[in-house]
Design a protein around this ligand. Structure first.
Ligand code: PMP
Length: 405
């Protein structure tokens, strides 16, 4: 599909040796991905050769920096197949994108007693942001239940709609269970009720092709750092007709047309939602990361990671007392597991001693943990550079730790 050895050479950190002994086996990609050299080089180059504030100067460097920043917006637009660059808002990440919608959509379109539908498998960012809006405005959260194997209950979903439903905010892929949700169906049902949708794409964009127009979502959020880009930058896609009616999120430079003490007029989209100096170096890095992904081919990445995930699941299930959470089909490159009564923190700490990086805990999804009746899990998550050797190291590591207990 692609030359994995060549790809791995693009990521300098992968050749690191942990505790002076073990080659790094990095399986914490759902938390953040490693960066290819081209991303860091592009950002260094901009700092050394272009750096100037964007949108503000007539001078050469400022214009060059502005061109780079705006061409990054076009790269993002193309990557998710949005219709217009005015619908691409740069944020600090998925969390900020969701908070922006929860705040500004609630202010524009919701009043006390109106309802937002979220699901039981949401990341805290898609729960707490709506709870904060609820404290301010009196809106109410309704929750789509899930089955024991971590699949959304679609009948339960349909039954939540009523005349007070104003928006559905749901994750595309669970960061804990790896469940790939049927977002097209979720969006279609919401639209039948005249209700718009926000899809949390933090765990989808790095793994498979996302087409916001084909999906017909009204908002889509994702983070740069989970798709081989830098930290501190993310995206909110929003349909123009919603964004235009929403008030700004923050006030400051760049988001205004004119300011006086008698009143202020706001800038056009997307700038109305981008107050202050944007992280224009990070947007360059993000665009480079998306180009990198496109050069390998997102469909190739999907096929490769699916094979790797299936291989991992089959190998891990050979281990006695192994429990893997989440569904067996429509399962993305995230595996949450528990072995017997070995505490997830012990498992994670001991795997680390073997150079294997996994995540442990509640994964910012405490309501989901409660639903599953557990405190936390160990989570291995894959990226385009992981190999069957990484999986074998994980499986051998778990076997070794099992014997110790
Ligand atoms: N939603 C999901 C499904 C996630 O996995 C994450 C990150 N773990 C977030 C939202 C928040 O992303 P960020 O921290 O990059 O804002």
């Amino acid at each position: 599909m692609y030359d994995i050895n060549r790809v791995r050479k693009d990521f300098p950190i992968l050749s690191k040796v942990i505790y002076d002994k073990y080659p790094l086996v990095y399986l914490d990609n759902a938390a953040t991905t490693q960066k290819p050299r081209c991303v860091v080089d592009a950002m260094t180059d901009e700092y050394f050769n272009v750096n100037a504030n964007v949108h503000r100067g007539v001078h050469f460097l400022s214009q060059q920096a502005t061109d780079l920043h705006e061409s990054s917006r076009e790269t993002v637009r193309r990557f998710i197949n949005a219709g217009k660059t005015s619908e691409i808002i740069f944020t600090r990440g998925t969390t900020e994108s969701i908070n922006l919608v929860a705040t500004c959509f609630a202010d524009a379109f919701m009043k006390a007693g109106d309802e937002v539908i979220v699901s039981e498998m949401e990341h805290h960012s898609n729960i707490v942001s709506w709870q904060i809006a609820a404290q301010r405005t009196g809106i109410v959260l309704r929750v789509i239940p899930i089955s024991d194997d971590g699949v959304l209950d679609m009948e339960g979903y349909k039954s939540l709609f009523n005349e007070r439903t104003r928006i559905v905010s749901c994750t595309h892929v669970s960061n804990v269970l790896g469940t790939i949700n049927p977002v097209r169906e979720i969006i279609r049902i919401a639209h039948e009720h005249g209700v718009p949708t926000l899809i949390d794409g933090a765990q989808s964009t790095p793994h498979f092709a996302v087409d916001v127009r084909d999906m017909d979502c009204d908002f889509y959020a994702f983070s740069g750092h989970k798709i081989y880009g830098p930290t501190g930058v993310g995206v909110l896609y929003g349909k123009e007709r919603w964004l235009e009616k929403m008030p700004p999120y923050m006030g400051g430079g760049d988001m205004i047309k004119t300011v006086s003490f008698n009143g202020t007029t706001f800038n056009d989209l997307p700038y109305k939602f981008e107050a202050g100096t944007p992280d224009y170096i990070a947007t360059t890095g993000l665009a480079k990361a998306l180009d990198y992904v496109s050069s390998i081919g997102i469909d190739n990445i999907y096929r490769y990671e699916q094979e790797l995930t299936q291989y991992a699941i089959s190998q891990m299930l050979e281990i006695d007392e192994m429990v893997i959470f989440g569904p067996r089909t429509n399962h993305d490159a995230v595996i949450s597991f528990q072995v017997g009564n070995i505490h997830h923190l012990d498992m994670g700490t001991l795997l680390d001693r073997l150079g294997i990086a996994v995540r442990t805990g509640h994964h910012c999804a405490e309501p989901l943990m409660r639903r599953l009746g557990i405190e936390g899990t160990c989570r291995a998550s894959f990226a385009l550079y992981n190999t069957t050797d990484d999986v074998d190291a994980l499986v051998n590591g778990i076997q070794r730790i099992r014997k110790m207990f």
